[in-house]
Design a protein around this ligand. Structure first.
Ligand SMILES: [Ca+2]
Ligand SMILES: [Ca+2]
Ligand SMILES: [Ca+2]
Ligand SMILES: [Ca+2]
Length: 339
């Protein structure tokens, strides 16, 4: 009885609030929380209908030489298959998909890979330099876009927000550029970078949350040009964040070797033996000249940084040691402390 009174009061207050603001552009409209499975069924149907009824300007992309200068500035444009374009190949025949589990739903995430890219793979804990356009599947409304290029963290850490899961999973399908040209007007032309788009059910986007011009429960499309990656190392220890996802499930928060409730990627003493991870690995350095063959690293060694100056390349490495040879690296092995 009491609950109902409160609810009625809330509705009354909302009505007054709405009435007072009817001249304003944005009106407060509470969106009731809906069943995620039901929403997903609707979203995937809407996305698949879009993919069957739309095409992209593939005729403007040089398919015979995907990694050409002309394609470096290619912009994806979607249009309806109708009229003069009635003979175009639907997106559905050109997309791939991956399964992204979230909650109790295995989401089908379609993505269009116009070209994958020739640079580096990007990790789920990295920062991406990219340009993007976010549009609504329902009406092609452009609700978000980068100005030239943006830097986005792919995962959220504390108050630093990452990107929505569907966008992240899309970005991970592409590789970075392998070079760039400075255009001397504040912009850069990247070469041979990944170009594509991802079609995201609202459960992997903003779900019930409305955006300016986009109601809640709207599936979204993000067009992606992936240019660069920055490998993040959130805790500043010798191990970059993506290597601290020990079970390789693309969740950095569920790896906590010492069980101190601080996940390894935020913990600078991962095994909790009182010795910093930095002091439980070894380090290497290689100096080569530009154009020299790359050094061959040991199996337990990885590059941590690279500097190039006056034709001299200095490569720093980290060597992950396992002194008791039990298969557990020293920095994760509570039984091994530094000598
Ligand atoms: Ca993990
Ligand atoms: Ca760590
Ligand atoms: Ca330690
Ligand atoms: Ca060990």
């Amino acid at each position: 009885m009491k609950l109902r009174k409160i609810l009625l009061l809330f509705i009354a207050v909302s009505a007054v609030f709405t009435a007072c603001n009817k001249d304003d552009e944005e009106v407060f409209v509470p969106v009731p929380l809906r069943d995620a499975n039901e929403v997903y069924d609707e979203d995937i149907e809407e996305i698949e209908t879009y993919l069957q009824t739309h095409f992209y300007n593939y005729e403007e992309f040089e398919q015979n030489a995907p990694y050409s200068l002309a394609n470096d500035t290619f912009q994806i444009v979607f249009d309806t298959i109708a009229g003069n374009n009635a003979d175009k190949t639907p997106l559905m025949d050109m997309v791939d998909f991956k399964i992204v589990p979230s909650g109790d739903i295995d989401y089908k995430l379609y993505y269009l890979s116009v070209r994958e890219g020739l640079g580096d793979v990007i990790h789920f804990t990295d920062q991406a330099t990219l340009s993007y356009k976010g549009i609504s599947v329902t009406d092609n409304y452009l609700f978000d876009s980068s100005v030239n290029e943006s830097q986005l963290n792919l995962i959220s850490v504390g108050a630093l927000a990452g990107v929505i899961p569907g966008f992240r999973e899309g970005i991970l399908e592409f590789k970075t550029s392998d070079g760039f040209t400075d255009d001397f007007d504040g912009t850069t032309t990247y070469h041979n970078h990944g170009i594509g788009a991802v079609f995201i059910p609202s459960g992997l986007a903003y779900f019930n949350q409305a955006l300016a011009g986009v109601p809640g429960y709207t599936p979204l499309i993000f067009k992606i040009d992936l240019y660069k990656r920055t490998i993040l190392n959130h805790d500043g220890d010798a191990i970059p964040s993506y290597k601290e996802d020990l079970d390789l499930d693309e969740d950095a928060y569920d790896d906590d070797t010492d069980g101190d409730l601080v996940p390894n990627f935020l913990d600078n003493d991962d095994d909790g033996d009182g010795y910093f991870t930095n002091d439980e690995v070894e380090y290497g350095e290689y100096v080569i000249m530009t154009g020299d063959p790359e050094p061959t690293l040991a199996e337990n060694e990885f590059e941590s940084s690279r500097d190039e100056f006056n034709g001299v390349i200095t490569i720093q490495t980290v060597i992950v040691t396992d002194r008791n040879e039990d298969g557990v690296p020293d920095y994760l092995d509570i039984n091994t402390i530094p000598e």
